[in-house]
Every structure is written in structure tokens, then in C-alpha cells.
Design a protein around this ligand. Sequence first.
Ligand SMILES: [Zn+2]
Length: 315
Amino acid sequence: MPLTPTKQLLDEAIRGNYAVGAYNVNNMEQVQAIMQAAKETNSPVILQASRGALKYTNMVYIKHLVEAAIEDNPAIPIALNLDHGNSLEICKTAISLGFTSVMMDGSLKEDGKTPTTFEENVNITREVVKYAHQLGITVEGELGSFGGFEDGHGSGKMALTDPDEAVKFIKETGVDALALSFGTSHGLSKFKGNPELKFEILEKVSEAFPYISLVMHGSSSILPEFISLINSYGGNLKDASGVPISEIQKAIKKGIRKINIDSDGRLADPRDYLGAARNSIYEVYKSKMIDFGTAGHSQDYKPMTIKDMKEKIKK
Ligand SMILES: [Zn+2]
């Protein structure tokens, strides 16, 4: 079974009045954990990669990890989304790799830090929609700005989405899904005290566009038991706080159909420690290749097929 179009997963969520989790992945173990949970709970899933994850995995590894997930779970609809794309170019690259949706975050400039104007956001998002839709690819936009940072991405300042602007934005861009800033924040320290989510923003937009999927970012719950575990092993996550599940469920009732989960999936960032492990083991393998005399021979000959070899040894 190939990947499932993201729009189909979202449209079904609208029909069934539930939300689909969009889980950020960086490595095989995260993909396996998500798929095991999806299989056990019979849940469709959106796997997603941030620009940081694409860089970390050299892109093709993510593609094939997701292919492995599909092969291993033929009964589960799986979509693959680019999280916080910052240019038409990166969206095109993700689409060429087989992603079934892209998020074009036109709320910030290409540097991923400086806020754009409404018109700039509309223009770039519309361009991505035009390119993606002719290929059957779903597009998520963003209006307003989440607080905090995700993978170095963010202005650091929260700017709530103006619902009237959101209605205009959806009309002018033709996006399939829209990330709204209604009080959530990226990263591990989301709030001081309890979050104050502005559900009226969701209500207004979903009333105007009941068939558009609203997207919630910065939705990790940052469970206190994991924070104390990490801190007890020398971590330093004193102010960590997330969105309680009751608030998330309230948001689902108000039209949220895609919920992004990144921080909860990498509370002890696997890229930090696995990346360091990868660098040192790379040195080990490299010296073996040099010591064994293999270095420098990869271009000596053209690889044969197994069929070629079968013919050759027959002779
Ligand atoms: Zn986000």
C-alpha cells in the first residue's frame, strides 16, 4: 500500500469529528514506536519531518523509514507531511521525495524567524498551493505566530491569529488546512501556569469553513513524570509545561483536526544523543575502511546485477 493522501486522512477526521496526530520523526525507533501504537489502537497517522529532521536524516533515510512503516503496516493509512516548510523550493523537494502534504509556513520569512506581512504570507502560500494541488498534494498554511521555538524555528513571540484574517487567508490561498495560533507555544516551556487557549478563534474559523482542517501546533502535553525522570538523571527542564489533554479535547470539539506532536516524542532529544553517537561511530567505521585498504575503491567498477552474476558463474 502506498502512502495515503493527507487530505483524505483529514477529511475523514472532519467526518468522524476527531483529530489525527501528526508526529515528528527523526529516526527508526520513533517511527517504530508510533506505528506500534497506531497498529494497537487502529489509528491512521500522519508522520512528519521538520527541516531539521530532513537535514539530520539526509532526507532519503526518512523516505525509506516511512516506506518500511508502510510495508510493515499495510492496514494503517499513513500520510507524510513536511513540517514548517519555509520556501517553495523545500516544498518541491519534499513533494519530489513522495511527501503527501507540505506545510508552507509563510507566517515567517525564509529565515524562519522574521514575521511576514499578511500579503507576503498569502503570496507564498498561494504559490505553494498552486504547485502542490496540481500534483494531488495537500497544503497546510499558518497564520499568526506560535510562541516559543521548534527546532530553532520561530519568532519567539506569540501573535494570536485574527479569525477574520484567517477566513480571508483561506479564501485567497486555497489551503486545505490551517495552523492557527490560539494560545499554544512550541517547545518544552509552553506556559507559566495553566494555558489560556482562545477557543473563540477556532469557533469563528470553523464556522466559516467547516470543511477546512484546523491545525494545532505546540500541543505536546510534556508529562510531569518524564520531566522528573529526566531531571533525576541530570536534566535541566525546570520550567517545562505543556497542554493538558482536556484542553486538547476541547479544541478537537471546536474544529481541530490535525495535532502536531514533536516535543513529547523527543523529550530526551534523540538527535542530541544519537547524533553524537553517530558522529563517533562514523570515525570508527572510517578508520576501518582506511585500515582495511578499502578506501578509494568504490568507483573502480560498475556494480553488476545478481542476474549478471548468475550468468557469469554459470560459465
Ligand atoms: Zn509547529
